[in-house]
Design a protein around this ligand. Structure first.
Ligand code: 1HE
Length: 266
């Protein structure tokens, strides 16, 4: 496996800064960052390398006016795929998005313009979504004669519920602004999503990496389990995380009264 700084990337731009914040940018703005198979393969490589890169958090963004226009419809049209071919394509999408969601490094998505179809599937694999005034969310699969194939039936349904997802797919309904925030498509709605995402990434990066690893992989895994198994797995993860060396100073500071108290700011 090649390290993050040695990957040969054409459709993504990746940088790791001195604070340990990785920036992963979809970089096909002329095609509205549509996800062709080459981009999906690059996402797999990047999110495979990320947990071993020293990155403490990552910011996922898209170059240009739109975050991501979803499946590359032109490639899909021209490739004339069989059902078996497209199933394999979808499995590569799952590989990429699972590496993101389960990798243990917090991924914060900065969303502008269109976050549609596969673009919403990609955004929903991030751990935190930050939208701006021009961001809109849609699942236009129904109108295109398609169906979701990148995990929306799991992740988008999880964010907004089955009924809203079905409505979006049947009618082409778009969500934006306060409505998008209130249904759970994004957790932050701000004028400057890039700056906010950076702030969030720095805050997350200040946590011990093992805590973040648990937050950004164990919760997702536990959702796939029965409640009984999830409770057992939670106890096992807490056994490891809550006794980590990196927590010692923080606990000591609380015990001697110098550690922060958890209260809302002024
Ligand atoms: C594309 C794509 C694409 C743009 N595949 N090439 N997704 C959709 O149904 C959304 C399709 N895209 C759009 O509705 C619009 O492009 C946008 C609203 C996102 C942006 O509009 P606009 O006016 O800024 O750009 P444009 O003129 O439409 O597109 C600019 C170029 O990007 C143009 O290429 P050009 O070579 O003619 O300049 C477009 O063809 C290209 N482009 N979007 C390929 N999606 C695993 S299953 C997932 C199923 C889905 O994702 S379904 C949802 C698909």
């Amino acid at each position: 496996m090649r390290p993050l700084d040695r990957l040969d990337l054409n459709n993504l731009k990746v940088e790791l800064d001195a604070d340990g914040i990785a920036s992963v940018m979809l970089n096909r703005p002329a095609k509205r960052n549509a996800l062709d198979i080459a981009t999906i393969e690059e996402l797999i490589e990047v999110f495979q390398a990320l947990p071993r890169s020293g990155a403490r958090a990552a910011i996922l963004s898209g170059a240009g006016p739109h975050f991501c226009a979803g499946l590359d419809l032109v490639e899909h049209h021209q490739a004339n795929r069989t059902a078996a071919d497209f199933m394999q394509v979808c499995l590569r999408w799952h590989e990429a998005f699972n590496k993101m969601e389960y990798g243990g490094v917090p991924v914060i998505a900065v969303l502008q313009g269109a976050v549609v179809g596969g673009g919403l599937e990609l955004a929903s694999a991030a751990h935190i979504r930050v939208a701006g005034p021009d961001t809109y969310f849609g699942l236009p699969e129904g109108q295109r004669g398609l169906f979701t194939g990148g995990g929306a039936t799991i992740r988008v349904a999880d964010l907004i519920g089955k009924a809203r997802m079905i409505d979006m797919m049947l009618t082409g309904r778009l969500y934006r602004g306060d409505e998008a925030l209130s249904v759970g498509l994004c957790q932050y709605l701000v004028d400057d999503p890039a700056t906010k995402a950076h702030e969030i990434a720095l805050a997350a990066a200040a946590n011990p990496p093992l805590s973040n690893f648990a937050i950004c992989s164990a919760i997702s895994h536990m959702q796939n389990m029965s409640a009984l198994d999830a409770a057992y797995a939670e106890a096992a993860v807490a056994g490891v995380v809550n006794t980590q060396e990196a927590a010692r100073d923080r606990l000591a500071a609380f015990a001697d009264g110098t550690g922060p108290r958890i209260k809302p700011g002024a």
